[in-house]
Design a protein around this ligand. Sequence first.
Ligand code: HEM
Length: 544
Amino acid sequence: MSLNMNVSSSEPSWAAQAHAQLASPSRLILLFVVNIPLIAVVFNVLYQLVMPRDRTVPPVVFHLIPWFGSAAAYGGDPVEFFKSCREKYGNVFTFILLGKRVTVALGPQGNDFVFGGKHTVIAAEDVYQHLTTPVFGKDVVYDVPNEVLMEQKKFVKVSLTVEKFREYVGMIEEEMTEFMKGDPAFLIWQMKDINEWGTFDAYKTLAEMTILTAARTLLGREVRESLDKGFADLYSDLDHGMTPLHWMFSDLPLPSYRKRDAAHQKISGFYQSILQKRKRQESEYEDDVMGSLMKQQYRDGRALQDHEIAHILIALLMAGQHTSSSSTSWALLHLADRPDVADALYQEQVEHFGTPDGGLRDMTYEEMRKLPILDAVIRETLRMHTPIHSIMRQVRSDITVPPTLGAPSEDNVYVVPKGHIVLASPALSQMDPKIWKDADKWDPSRWYDADGFAAQAHRQYDEDGKVDFIFSKGTGSPYLPFGAGRHRCIGEQFATLQIGVIISTFVRKIEMRLDQPFPKPDYASMMVIPLRPCQILYRRRKFD
Ligand code: HEM
């Protein structure tokens, strides 16, 4: 019995038909086109396996899909990705990220390589400008030559004085208390006589508190007073314009891009209108960052223009928002998980600020700087949860990798070619078990305990008369949550103050517990924030 028994013998068989169809040239072309991705993958794999490797450039991380490269592994969990690559390739390797070649330099020497590089050879603005200019605006930060950015950073730095920090302590505490009085999540705290547990979302709460406290302190009275729902929405639109997608493509016909641009226009216009009012003396003069910027001049004698001041203020708000809010969220989550450390913090408060009637008096800036447990909680949180996992620069001309960082052989060196991006990740050196005892454990005592690791390292380096590598601001330190070199953070003192007051105020007012697994990091945005759910249980303290 044949397969085509029902088909008349004059008609071609099904096999013949199929053969004829397959053989037609248009079919062949179609088949080829449909299979291009597969062919590209096969060629890409063969190329990596068979072709002899250029030994003068760092090894390339094996990947299946050309152009896309290791985007999924890096985007999903950059820290794990770097760790697994370090095991296979050492401290220096290149990975493909959506068509870009990114050379990673790990460890303290990797930090030194990237942070300490000459800005004429490796440039931050070439990597970040297309992401930040639409958000911050023209003529500031990465939209200007590096020398101008250095001047702009100096303008801000001189406006963040100790006198201002003294005033900020009370302002931040007041903003938090007002927030807790009005926020439904803190209903249990609002009802003084109830000894029950309530719950709040750590990241949501801290994000709101951070913007309120930053606006009140850095941006001035007029901005704080206008910080209503409308402003929060505009800020959120601006914020959603700073994602990995916007870094990859600076302009796409998508709503998030349109909203980003509209929000920038409105916020910039709003700040400039305040500047105009101040200049016309319709608004009371304020000794805030805006007021300070209005008085400054570039080296050539030129005063800052209104739009430059407005854009610097936007940049400050954006630079400080997620970094501070994620740090305070992680700190509170750890304190909720370790009530013994929270108790030690509370006792520290009682010891320094306790009053005879069992209450607590106001903190002062000078006194806060002398609280070792608070200081250790902040340092340890920034060690484990440094908000910025990848710090990048564009290579403008070929650059030799120091052989001690990584080399193909004893008598040869790697060269990172012009056009690559170089990337440092202090997150790795801050969590390296070869450097830190129990690196994965959140243990503030390592910073203040006389036998703690950091204290020992500190002593050892002091005794040897060498640079103190843990506390050093040098580019080769393993602990660099605020970066190093020309692009080092100028907000460190402000952030430490803001985080310190927020943590202390919470510890004074509430006890905290965690009744969920400790949240994992969320790498979906540009910063490392806690993955939801990140709920904290709380109860009002007896003497609050
Ligand atoms: C730069 C971290 C808060 C303003 C940096 C850098 C890091 C960093 C790692 C270096 C970036 C690079 O090298 O490319 C942090 C952390 C913060 C924090 C962990 C809080 C916990 C703030 C705040 C402000 C601020 C509150 C503003 C008041 C800046 C500015 C730069 C910077 C203007 C300079 C960018 C450059 O020169 O390229 N920050 N920051 N930061 N940060 Fe912060």
